[in-house]
Design a protein around this ligand. Structure first.
Ligand SMILES: Cc1cc2nc3c(=O)[nH]c(=O)nc-3n(C[C@H](O)[C@H](O)[C@H](O)COP(=O)(O)OP(=O)(O)OC[C@H]3O[C@@H](n4cnc5c(N)ncnc54)[C@H](O)[C@@H]3O)c2cc1C
Ligand SMILES: Cc1cc2nc3c(=O)[nH]c(=O)nc-3n(C[C@H](O)[C@H](O)[C@H](O)COP(=O)(O)O)c2cc1C
Length: 638
């Protein structure tokens, strides 16, 4: 870790190590752009965890540039006070405060900004659609001034580096790219023309903040769309921008059509944008920051050591575990709560209007979920060693309770054990390992191969019983369900090499699709049968996009609006939406229609008079995220 924890200088600032938290929209900003205690605590925790620099999320330079009502803003002097509170907090925790300034351009909607979005050309955003208003020359020049004003406010607020958001398909990126800029005036055409808007912004900011103040530019070096930016073209653009005054570049990728390259889901390789960063580093004379699925300090150190980049940006990794840099520096690697790239954070900001994390239930609730030691230590008996049980156990133990976990199987982890068997899900294991390590640190006693019954509870006589007994695969009531060819997820995802060559999965939800891909990767010819018109409901958008692409690559047949009617010795009979009967030949039939709560024990012991709680799947089958959240809340209440 020597390289990762060595200092580095950009213009007039010296970073204590090579770790930077990149901008991550938190949605912890009020609809009036206000910064609250929650926002401050969010940034305080990130700064206190040991990165050298923390970049505040994208702040809008103009009202029509916002992409969500909860976006941070810097387009008026009234925002400076709130921003300076964040600056003071970051500095107090010994991190360099920096900020990103941003305009969404066409990548926003009338609903949010109550007017037509601005764009370089009359080309609507391909995902949001709707009319856009192409910018006039005057309009462009006004915006250049607005970026300059924003930079001045950032400077006044005390930020020590400003980053221009030139990536992810937003306005500056829209100008840079032929994909979104078909102007024929001096702000379009060749690279020089398309770069002019960004170049003028950089020059204006440099003019406002002076020579000594570091300016960063975030670029989507590869957009992965026809006509979009490539690393080769990005190098030419960056050369112009360096000349105009850029000191450091953050190398990202993707735009609205290829968002999986912005926020890479778990299917994508770790550090998958480093090649691009490395090429840029070779071609430019300024420092380069790599970003994108660098969720592991060893990988981060290797990137610096190999000279691929000067700094690494760790975004979701610090949402998952703000203490990651400190833990890595102290060699406490097995205590790191690793980001599993499930993109719950992305999904939650857009779907739930608040930032959440599967592995870190405290995200966005840092104050309300602080650990307060108990004044009344209790004996707590947790039944079930899945993510819910393990989580409640260590949280309660950390607060001072004496906690015992009982697990009927030989290993802890519950459904996450089979869940982590498909190749792209293997990182779920890091979550089990983290929970186990926390349990060990806080002295939780784990009893494996012990199925708890009422007698055990009477014998142990705990003060509190927590039932985290999970759920079991649900089976349809259909003729032939007892046939030997019927499998559940547990039979398939047991780590054994599948020897069969043709299988049908009943159920096109996340688990069914993951099983289909897993078996297809082993050479099995697969069909998925789903009753509903759509498959993959509940999956995060980017994860779903890649999963569906992969299923297509492996030629997995998908039958929607089709119902299982009978299981035979050599396949299944199904009925499609028109009532047509079909037979699908298969050696195995995997049932993945969901799970049912396992709560028999609750029924048996509720009359015994103990304080009893249920959490996770045994309450209602859901996700590990729900189980962890519920257990995190309960663990703080006991
Ligand atoms: C294939 C698959 C993939 C999945 N992928 C994801 C995903 O990507 N993201 C996500 O968020 N969720 C995922 N899930 C769902 C997630 O794993 C569950 O929602 C989560 O594990 C529920 O946690 P839990 O602790 O409530 O229960 P479980 O994980 O079911 O754990 C319950 C534990 O209790 C034990 N137990 C039961 N009765 C007793 C008893 N009497 N005595 C002792 N021990 C007992 C069981 O053996 C089990 O280990 C997946 C599930 C599957 C099956
Ligand atoms: C919830 C969320 C919000 C984000 N907001 C921003 C942003 O405001 N500006 C930006 O340049 N990138 C943003 N990103 C992208 C990240 O800065 C980073 O490039 C990306 O998450 C990949 O890095 P990581 O794997 O370390 O998270 C966001 C990503 C996430 C997950």
């Amino acid at each position: 870790m020597e390289k990762l924890f060595s200092p580095f200088t950009i213009n007039n600032i010296t970073l204590k190590n090579r770790i930077v938290m990149p901008p991550l929209a938190s949605f912890l900003i009020g609809e009036d752009g206000g910064v609250s205690d929650t926002t401050i605590e969010h940034y305080r925790r990130r700064a206190a965890g040991g990165p050298a620099m923390v970049m505040m999320e994208a702040c809008a330079v103009s009202p029509e540039g916002i992409v969500s009502p909860n976006q941070a803003r810097i387009y008026d002097d009234r925002f400076v006070e709130g921003l300076s509170k964040i600056v003071r907090t970051m500095k107090a925790e010994d991190a360099i405060p920096s900020v990103q300034i941003h305009h969404g351009g066409r990548q926003t909607s009338v609903k949010v900004i109550k007017r037509k979005p601005l764009a370089p050309s009359p080309l609507p955003c391909p995902t949001i659609r709707g009319d856009v208003e192409p910018l006039t020359i005057n309009g462009i020049q006004e915006l250049v001034q607005k970026f300059g004003d924003a930079a001045e406010r950032a400077y006044q607020a005390g930020f020590e580096l400003i980053e221009i958001h030139g990536a992810h398909g937003y306005l500056v990126n829209q100008f840079l790219s032929k994909f979104s800029n078909i102007r024929e005036d001096r702000y379009g055409g060749d690279i020089v023309g398309r770069t002019r808007f960004a170049e003028e912004i950089v020059a204006e900011i440099r003019n406002r903040v002076g020579q000594e103040f570091p300016i960063s530019f975030k670029i989507s070096a590869e957009e992965y769309v026809d006509g979009g930016l490539t690393t080769e073209e990005s190098i030419k653009i960056l050369k112009i921008l360096v000349e105009a005054g850029v000191d450091v570049v953050q190398v990202s990728a993707g735009n609205d059509l290829t968002a999986e390259w912005i926020c890479q889901p778990m299917f994508m390789k770790k550090a998958c944008l480093v090649d691009s960063a490395s090429q840029i580093k070779k071609a430019l004379d300024i420092p380069v920051m790599a970003v994108g699925r660098i969720n592991d300090p060893y990988i981060a150190d290797e990137i610096i050591d190999n000279g691929h980049a000067d700094l690494v940006c760790i975004g979701r990794g610090l949402l998952a575990d703000p203490q990651m840099p400190k833990k890595a520096e102290e060699g406490r690697f097995d205590e790191i709560r690793t980001c599993i790239a499930c993109n719950t954070c992305m999904q939650s900001i857009f779907k739930r209007g608040r930032i959440e994390c599967l592995v870190n239930p405290m995200l966005g609730r840092e104050k309300e979920m602080a650990f307060i030691p108990t004044k009344k230590p209790k004996k707590v008996m947790v039944v079930g060693g899945g993510p819910g049980g393990l989580n409640v156990a260590w949280v309660a133990a950390k607060r001072g309770h004496a906690v015992h976990v009982y697990e009927k199987r030989p290993a802890l982890g519950g459904q996450l054990i089979p869940g982590s068997v498909p190749g792209h899900k293997s990182e779920l294991r890091s979550l089990i390992n983290f929970q186990k390590k926390q349990a060990e640190i806080y002295g939780v006693k784990c009893h494996l191969n012990h199925e708890v019954n009422e007698e055990d509870i009477r014998a142990e006589n705990p003060d509190v019983v927590v039932l985290a007994t999970g759920s079991l695969p649900a089976l349809p009531t259909v003729e032939g369900i007892d046939n030997d060819i019927v499998f559940t997820y547990e039979d398939v995802l047991n780590g054994d090499y599948p020897t069969y060559k043709k299988a049908v999965v009943i159920g096109g939800g996340p688990t069914g699709l993951e099983i289909a891909l897993h078996l297809a990767e082993y050479g099995c010819s697969m069909t998925v049968v789903e009753m509903l018109p759509k498959i993959g409901s509940g999956l995060e958008a980017m994860t779903k996009k890649i999963l569906l692409q992969k299923l297509k690559e492996y030629n997995v047949q998908i039958m929607t609006e089709t119902r299982l009617s009978k299981i035979e010795d050599d396949g299944v009979s199904v009925v499609d939406k028109d009532g047509m009967k079909l037979f699908i030949e298969a050696e195995k039939v995997v049932i993945a229609i969901g799970t049912r709560p396992y709560k028999e024990l609750y029924e048996k012991i509720k009359s015994l008079g103990y304080e009893i709680h249920q959490i996770g799947d045994c309450l209602e089958p859901g996700t590990a995220k729900t189980a962890i959240f519920e257990s995190a809340v309960l663990g703080r209440k006991i």
